[in-house]
Design a protein around this ligand. Structure first.
Ligand code: ZN
Length: 504
């Protein structure tokens, strides 16, 4: 039996993807397990794998297979295969525009920079990180020029397109500006309220051992499959791994606030369950991959906020707390716990922020990275401008860079154009959840009984199983019947915050 061009193409792409999958395990290892002195050789390993992966994915044979697949009847007549080839073509064109030298250099610099960023963050020493940031901004500007600036667009767009296909700064700005005005108004009302939920739970210390046991219990109960994944610790929570049967997620712990670890764990479980829901038989090819980072984030935010910060979730978990955290946890009613999980308070740290202020953190980062890549902001001035924005948007005076511009890992990884996907994901999450509620009777009541499976199955069937068959906008319309809008998110937020703070 002869192999068709499409079959050969799928085989070649899947095979080439093994290199990236191996690199992602090494990258997970670097953040969780690797001894400190491993970094020098690890940077070389990462650079070599990035080069090999790039070589394998851009070799001329793949270009030929793409062309012959595109004209074949088996692709033209099957929407799923056609979508797969469309996405492989997109990846191929994008990668082919980047010289191998640049790919390798970016990987090497990013691996070192990440290590140095962790040191800089620990010591709150921006100057220590600055030379690396300079290099990363320069290399990313070069990368954007190689990829090509879309017509009528800007450098930042070329980078963002790698995370969220078709994403443009001008469009993001159009979504963000009115959203900021509405959030600002709500935050002002919250600040003016005389009522506030109790913070007692967030102020209670719980031993880390108990917290670890609770996190595993929560992730497993929501539906994360530990036979196909792990939960470890890192300074910045993330979800990685090599494929849907080997998902590596991390969280982080603070003795003084169990909700920090819980929020991060549920968030990463959302990412992890998306990865586990992708079809294994399509490993390494678009039909086995996530649509975009915005859609990925919709899954993590949905579990974190629509589920993990819901009243019914707390009714379920409240009686389960003491067996992990000790008897002190029995002193809190589910209503008090629900309030504590939904306190609105402007803080410095994005990953610890509440739903009302979260997007403000993203807006700051979007504006700053757009300026860094566009060239209007010199990296050396980053702390000053960062702090000014925090004052303006959140009314906060940043005391040190550790809780300011050094808090996130993204730029140290060389990821510019990534941040807005968090807010886009937050908006998608609310819209998807409204659709799930319509489709699944008694969804919220089920959470109170620990029934999370109907939601996971719905997400599996409506979102995960398609891989990249549909682009994010198309997927949103298919699943919810409408294009992306901020309305479901504002309904969700106002519906929760107004009663808690007794706002009219
Ligand atoms: Zn996330």
């Amino acid at each position: 039996m002869t192999t068709s061009p499409y079959e050969s193409l799928v085989h070649a792409i899947s095979d080439a993807s093994l290199i990236g999958a191996s690199a992602s395990i090494l990258s997970w290892d670097q953040e969780t397990m690797m001894p400190e002195q491993g970094v020098e050789l690890r940077s070389r390993q990462m650079a070599q794998l990035a080069r090999l992966s790039h070589e394998a994915l851009t070799k001329p044979a793949i270009g030929h297979l793409l062309s012959s697949s595109e004209s074949s009847a088996e692709v033209k007549e099957c929407p799923r295969r056609a979508a797969s080839v469309r996405e492989m073509r997109r990846d191929y064109e994008r990668s082919s525009k980047l010289p191998a030298r640049l790919v390798e250099q970016l990987a090497r610099v990013a691996s070192t920079a990440q290590h140095e960023w962790a040191i800089a963050r620990k010591n709150s020493d921006f100057k220590h990180f600055l030379p690396h940031l300079n290099q990363l901004v320069e290399l990313n500007r070069e990368q954007a020029d190689c990829l090509g600036i879309p017509e009528g667009g800007e450098r930042w767009d070329a980078l963002a397109d790698g995370y969220e296909p078709g994403c443009r700064a001008a469009h993001v700005e159009q979504v963000f500006l009115p959203l900021r005005v509405r959030l600002q108004k709500l935050l002002d009302e919250v600040r003016g309220s005389k009522v506030s939920p109790s913070d007692r739970f967030n102020q209670t210390k719980f031993a880390l051992e108990g917290q670890r046991s609770l996190m595993r219990f929560a992730a497993e109960s929501l539906g994360f499959d530990f036979a196909r994944g792990r939960l470890d610790e890192s300074s910045h929570p993330f979800c990685g791994g090599s494929h849907c049967r080997d998902v590596r997620m991390t969280t982080r712990y603070k003795e003084s606030c169990v909700n920090d670890a819980l929020g991060s764990t549920i968030h990463e479980s959302g990412h992890g369950m998306y990865e586990q829901g992708l079809p294994f038989q399509h490993f390494g090819t678009p039909l086995g991959q996530a649509v975009s980072l915005g859609i990925h984030e919709s899954q993590s935010r949905l579990w974190e906020n629509q589920v993990g910060r819901s009243e019914s979730f707390w009714r379920w978990i409240a009686p389960n707390l003491a067996s992990h955290l000790g008897n002190v946890a029995d002193g809190f009613s589910s209503a008090e716990l629900y309030g504590a999980a939904n306190l609105v308070e402007a803080g410095f740290i994005r990953v610890e922020s509440d739903e009302a202020t979260y997007n403000m953190h993203i807006m700051v980062r979007f504006e700053l990275e757009r300026a860094l890549i566009g060239g209007s902001l010199d990296p050396k001035d980053l702390p000053e401008v960062w702090n000014a924005k925090y004052k303006e948007y959140l009314g906060l005076t940043v005391p040190e860079d550790r809780v300011g511009c050094l808090q996130d890992v993204h730029w140290s990884m060389g990821a510019f154009g990534y941040f807005p996907t968090y807010t886009l994901g937050t908006l998608y999450a609310a819209q998807f959840f409204e659709a799930a509620r319509k489709a699944i009777p008694g969804l919220d009541e089920g959470f109170a009984k620990g029934e999370f499976k109907p939601l996971l199955v719905w997400l599996n069937e409506n979102i995960h199983v398609h891989g990249r068959q549909f682009l994010s906008g198309e997927l949103c319309e298919r699943v919810t019947g409408s294009p992306l809008s901020a309305e479901p998110f504002m309904r969700h937020l106002e519906g929760k915050i107004r009663p808690l703070y007794q706002l009219v």
